[in-house]
Design a protein around this ligand. Structure first.
Ligand code: F0G
Length: 452
C-alpha cells in the first residue's frame, strides 16, 4: 500500500478557535500587520515556526513526570547527556535554554571585530549573534541554493571555492554549517560536501561547527538522495555528520521535539571551560543550563524518537504532500521541497511588488486575512537591513509554511492548500507594505507596517 499514515494516534487535543475575516482584519490592524504580534488564539493553522511547537509523545510526557530537579548532577542530566552523545559524540555537552543561548555563549568567545564567520546560510539569530560581537557573518551556499527552481538534491551545500577564498584572505575563527539549511528553504547538506568543508578547515587550521537543529531531517535526505547511503541507519549517518565537526550549536525545539531547550557541544577542553563559565554566569549550572530537569528528560526521549525511520518518512512525506499540492494548484514554491517547511516564492508570485515593498509580507498577511493561516516572511524584511544601516533586497523573498512536528492532520493541510491557492488566484490584487517602525536589529519580530 502506498498511503503513508501518521505513525501515531492522537492522545490529547487542543481546540482551534475559528475567526471571521472581519475579526482577522481587526487583529491585523491591532498587530501593525506583523504576524509575530498576533494573539495565537486568533490563528487557525499556525505555521509560523516548527520551533517548540511540535506535539510531544506519551513517553516524553512520562519523562516530564520523571524529571529530577536536583541543582547539580541530576539523573535527568545524565540521561540527556548520554542521549546527546549517542548521536553527537563530542567531549563536552553544555545545556542551554535554547539554540541562540548556545550561539551567544560560543560567539562571545570566538567572535569579535575583524573576524569573519562563514556559514552555508546563517539563520537570523545566528547572524545577529555573530554581528553583535562586531564580527562579519557571510553566507556561502552554492549558487543552486539561491535559485528557487533548481532541483539540486543538496541545495544546502557550501560553495567550497568561495570558502577557500575566505579562509585564505580573512580571519576566520570558526566555519559553520547549518543542517538543514533553514533560511535557504530547509535544504539538506551532503556528506560529501561536509567532507569537503572539513578538508578545507583542516588545511587552514579552523574548527568546523554544525548548527544542527534539523539534523535528522538532513540525515533522512542523505539516506534517500546521496549515492551509497540507502542501507544505513539514520543514527549511523548522523554520527558520520558529527564526525566531521569539532562541535555544534543546537536548538532542542526542532528535531529533538521538545518545547524548549538546546545545547552547545564541543571537543576543545579550554574553549569548553570558558563556555561553561559563561553558562554559569548567564544560564545556570552546567548540569541544567537554564532548563528544568523535566525538560532534559523530554529532550532525551525526543532524540530517540526523531531518528526513527517511520517517523522521518511520515515527516518528510507530509511536508512534500503539502508542497506538491500547492505546486499542483499553480503556487510557485522552492524546489525541491525541504524537510520542515514549504517555502512559497513570493517574489515570483507577486512580480508587481518591489522587493523593498516586501512581497513576502504581502503574501503572509493575505494568508492570515483570508484563511487564518500564520506563516513567516523569510526575505527582505528578515535579511534586508545591513549592519551599516543600508537596506538591500534579500537573495530571495520567501514565505515559509513551517510544519510543527506531529501536530496537524492531512485535512488541515488540505485546508492550507485551498487557502493558499485562493490567495494565489487573486495575487494581482495584493499590495506592498512600508515599515512604519523598526528596531536596529532583528526587525522582523517587532516592526510595524502599513499597506501601500
Ligand atoms: N539555527 C537555526 C537553523 C534555526 O532555525 C534556529 C531557530 C536557531 C538556530 C535558533 O534556535 O530558536 O532555539 O534559539 N529557528 C526558529 C525558526 C526560531 O522558526 O526557524 P532557538
Amino acid at each position: 500500500f502506498h498511503t503513508i499514515i501518521e505513525p501515531f494516534r492522537i492522545h490529547s487535543v487542543e481546540p482551534i478557535r475559528m475567526t471571521t475575516r472581519e475579526e482577522r482584519i481587526a487583529a491585523l490592524e491591532a498587530a501593525g500587520f506583523n504576524l509575530f504580534r498576533l494573539k495565537s488564539e486568533d490563528v487557525a493553522i499556525d505555521l509560523l515556526t516548527d520551533s517548540g511547537t511540535g506535539a510531544m509523545s506519551r513517553d516524553q510526557w512520562a519523562g516530564i513526570q520523571r524529571g529530577d530537579e536536583s541543582y547539580a548532577g541530576s539523573p535527568s542530566w545524565y540521561r540527556f547527556e548520554a542521549a546527546v552523545k549517542h548521536l553527537f559524540p563530542f567531549k563536552h555537552v553544555i545545556p542551554t535554554h535554547q539554540g541562540r543561548a548556545a550561539e551567544r555563549i560560543l560567539f562571545s568567545q570566538l567572535g569579535g571585530e575583524g573576524k569573519t564567520v562563514p556559514n552555508n546560510t546563517h539563520f537570523d539569530t545566528t547572524r545577529a549573534n555573530v554581528e553583535f560581537t562586531g564580527a562579519r557573518a557571510i553566507d556561502l551556499v552554492i549558487a543552486e541554493g539561491q535559485d528557487p527552481t533548481s532541483e539540486h538534491p543538496f541545495k544546502g551545500n557550501m560553495d567550497l571555492g568561495a570558502l577557500e577564498l575566505v579562509l585564505s584572505t580573512e580571519h576566520v575563527p570558526v566555519v559553520f554549517m547549518t543542517v538543514t539549511n533553514n533560511a535557504g528553504g530547509g535544504q539538506p547538506v551532503s556528506l560529501e560536501n561536509l567532507r569537503g568543508v572539513r578538508a578545507l578547515c583542516d588545511r587552514f587550521g579552523v574548527p568546523l561547527f554544525l548548527d544542527a537543529c534539523r539534523f535528522a531531517e538532513n540525515a533522512y535526505f542523505i539516506k534517500h538522495r546521496e549515492p551509497g547511503q540507502s542501507e544505513r541507519t539514520i543514527t549511523d549517518i548522523v554520527r558520520e555528520m558529527a564526525s566531521y565537526a569539532d562541535g555544534m550549536t543546537m536548538s532542542a525545539k526542532k528535531d529533538p521535539m521538545a518545547n524548549i531547550g538546546g545545547w552547545l557541544a564541543l571537543n576543545d577542553d579550554r574553549l569548553a571551560e570558558r563556555c561553561k563559565t559563561m553558562l554559569i554566569l548567564t544560564g545556570g549550572f552546567t548540569t541544567y543550563g537554564g532548563l528544568a530537569g523535566r525538560d532534559l528528560e523530554a529532550i532525551a526521549q525526543g532524540l530517540e524518537e526523531v531518528v526513527q525511520e517511520e517517523y522521518l518518512r511520515y515527516r518528510i512525506c507530509s511536508t512534500a504532500y503539502l508542497g506538491d499540492a500547492l505546486a499542483d494548484v499553480g503556487v510557485p514554491i522552492v524546489r525541491p521541497i525541504g524537510g520542515h517547511a514549504v517555502f512559497l516564492d513570493a517574489r515570483q508570485l507577486l512580480p508587481h511588488i518591489d522587493p523593498l515593498e516586501y512581497p513576502g509580507q504581502a503574501l503572509a498577511v493575505a494568508l492570515y486575512r483570508e484563511g487564518g493561516i500564520r506563516s513567516c516572511e523569510i526575505g527582505t524584511i528578515m535579511f534586508g537591513r545591513r549592519p551599516d544601516g543600508t537596506e538591500v533586497p534579500a537573495a530571495m523573498d520567501l514565505v515559509r509554511l513551517a510544519i510543527p512536528r506531529r501536530t496537524y492532520t492531512q485535512s488541515q493541510l488540505d485546508y492550507v492548500v485551498e487557502v493558499v491557492g485562493h490567495v494565489a488566484e487573486h495575487a494581482d490584487e495584493l499590495r506592498g507594505y512600508a515599515i512604519t517602525q523598526e528596531p536596529p536589529q532583528l526587525r522582523h519580530f517587532t516592526a510595524t507596517f502599513a499597506e501601500l
